[in-house]
Design a protein around this ligand. Structure first.
Ligand code: SF4
Ligand code: SF4
Length: 425
């Protein structure tokens, strides 16, 4: 891949030496974590290919699109409404990153006790290794947690095209009105950027494309309820991660294709783990590419992950946007209604999430829940305690894990996870 795309990366201003190093680590990590799994569905070949070309062919596609006037919008959060982006014929790509990079440089501009997710986004920018950040015509930051909200003040000095979206923190009528006003402001900004006016037909089309993508992931989630588990949690997570990068129509087709294959597997009772293997639900902070540490530990310790209560998972996709409106305002209201249900821990209070974790544990026949919090993530670390209490009160064993992107705690985590799995057995 390196030789083919070197000029493209150079033109984007990447540091080729640092980028090469990242690609090598990523390639090796992928090989060790994913390609060593047994009984993977054949449909995962497509996702292997996407990952092998994540900085190559996909970037070339985006740049080819840009030559034809198609804008690229980068985002860090599932609150950025993809329906509006699609309606303007632009492409939305995820910029959240799941690996440490250029940490020394990052800690010159951010406090050390910032969560890994924020630090990683800064590291990829400062280390000049992210072709998505460099391809974006606009980058959307959003006022969610304090870490993100304040770090955008710094990020805005590193990139020329940051747009900050305000978001509510309470599920009140005032909060909803704020979200609506912000989505209208975003629509206007996107129209200005792309030169495309968003009308009813365009918005309906955007809603349909994004809903179809979500429906395909819902289908996959339903199939994961089977025992034996027909697909590993690692592969399902990868699909949820690719959700944020791939062309949406191609992604939908590929997920439906793998679902056809998995459906056949469930008919013959074949899977990736033995029938009766302990089933785990993950809950908590989003896991962005290439953050595979915890799922890898869990699935190499004899359990299988059957669902993710996460923005890279069910929290991000579980609701569809109603497409029945016949005016622009009705469709915008439907978008607001849909996103206002996202139960991110930045909301206070946030009772819906406690209920949702319990519901998911039941629906996916999970034997236990692992709550995953990133160190220095106040919203999720603080909410971990009520989540644990609610689950244990419902007799669902729960393990709270706080970690970061380093590999230093792998052995310690493995010991704790193995002990938890023993408890489930
Ligand atoms: S966890 Fe909250 S802030 Fe993070 S991506 Fe999800 S909705 Fe956005
Ligand atoms: S993981 Fe937590 S602290 Fe980090 S960006 Fe997300 S909500 Fe904020």
């Amino acid at each position: 891949m390196t030789a083919t795309y070197e000029q493209m990366w150079k033109d984007l201003g990447l540091d080729l030496v640092a980028h090469d190093m990242l690609m090598q680590v990523l390639g090796q990590g992928y090989q060790d974590v994913f390609l060593t799994q047994e009984s993977r569905p054949q449909g995962m070949d497509y996702f292997n290919f996407v990952m092998s070309e994540v900085h190559g062919l996909r970037i070339k596609e985006l740049l080819d699109g840009k030559k034809e006037g198609k804008k690229v919008i980068g985002s860090f959060c599932v609150f950025v409404p993809e329906e509006i982006v699609r309606a303007s014929d632009a492409t939305l790509v995820g910029l959240c990153t799941g690996a440490d990079f250029a940490t020394e440089e990052v800690e010159k501009v951010l406090p050390r006790n910032t969560c890994s997710l924020i630090k990683s986004a800064f590291g990829f920018k400062l280390g000049k290794v992210c072709p998505y950040i460099e391809s974006a015509d606009m980058i959307v930051g959003e006022n969610t947690c304090d870490g993100k909200k304040k770090s955008y003040e710094v990020f805005g000095q590193l990139v020329p095209n940051l747009y900050v979206m305000d978001l509510p923190q309470m599920k009140s009528p005032e909060g909803k009105a704020l979200l609506k006003a912000e989505y209208y402001r975003f629509k206007d900004r996107v129209e200005q950027l792309t030169g495309n006016r968003i009308d009813v037909a365009r918005l309906k089309n955007g809603i349909e494309i994004v809903n179809n993508k979500r429906r395909a992931v819902h289908r996959l989630s339903q199939l994961r309820k089977a025992d034996p588990a027909p697909i590993s949690g690692l592969d399902a997570l990868l699909i949820n991660q690719v959700f944020f990068y791939d062309d949406p129509i191609r992604f939908t087709e590929s997920v439906n294709k793998i679902c056809d294959e998995i459906e056949e597997r469930t008919k013959t009772n074949s899977g990736v783990a033995a029938k009766g293997a302990p089933r785990i639900l993950l809950s908590g902070c989003p896991m962005a590419v290439p953050n595979w540490k915890l799922p890898w530990i869990v699935e190499t310790s004899g359990a299988v992950i059957v669902g993710e209560e996460s923005c890279v998972g069910e929290r991000g996709v579980r609701n569809l946007t109603a497409d029945t409106g016949s005016t622009l305002d009705e469709l915008m209201n439907a978008i607001v209604d849909r996103y206002f249900q996202v139960d991110c821990a930045i909301f206070t209070p946030n009772p819906d999430r406690l209920q949702h974790v319990k519901d998911m544990a039941t629906a996916y026949n999970a034997n236990g829940v692992i709550h995953y919090g990133l160190q220095f993530c106040q919203p999720y670390q603080m909410e971990a305690m009520p989540v644990e209490q609610a689950l244990e009160a419902a007799s669902i064993p729960t393990l709270r894990i706080d970690t970061d992107y380093s590999m230093e705690d792998v052995e310690q985590l493995k010991t704790r996870v193995e002990a938890f799995i023993e408890r489930l057995r």
